[in-house]
Design a binder for this molecule. Sequence first.
Ligand SMILES: [Mg+2]
Length: 196
Amino acid sequence: MSELGKTVLVDMDGVMADFDNAALVSISKKDIVLRSSFYVAHDYPANLQPAIEDVYNAPEFFENLEPMPGLKEAWQEMIDNGYDPRVASAPLASNRSAVEGKIKWLDRVMVPDFGPKIVEEAIIDKQKWKYRGIALIDDRPDVPRGENGAEDAVWQHILFGWAHMSKVPLAATAFRLLSWRDINGLLSTLESIEKG
Ligand SMILES: [Mg+2]
């Protein structure tokens, strides 16, 4: 086993939990655009943004999100293949209930299948570079790797989602995963990261 073990850090919003569809309930289906900003509200005209922000800043927003398709199956596959997936989520500063809501979500969605360990080990911290793992699966294209541009992170970033790569706001990363349904892609990416 390498010194980093087999820990795979996994972001919540937009990766484990479907943030966007829930955040965009105030937008009519025909007006929903391909995501091109990291902050989803920024994809919409200024007059529509407050309604989106009101939705995702509501106290119960996080606990009620839907899991992303294929999440649980992929989580189990990682475990079955010897990996140790671990939640690593930055709380949304504008929602004061974000941390509590994320724990409630894990309790409701993940604990019944994977046990309380997933909550006990969950990292809720925006400084993800402080945590060790072979990989961080995250939909944020420019996920910080340290403070003030430092390179403290030991993990490789796997960019999650962003079906339309031309829309990704910043040059990303060598590793990508479009969906949890791509189990083979997930396992082969983790394997190639481990081989270095
Ligand atoms: Mg995210």
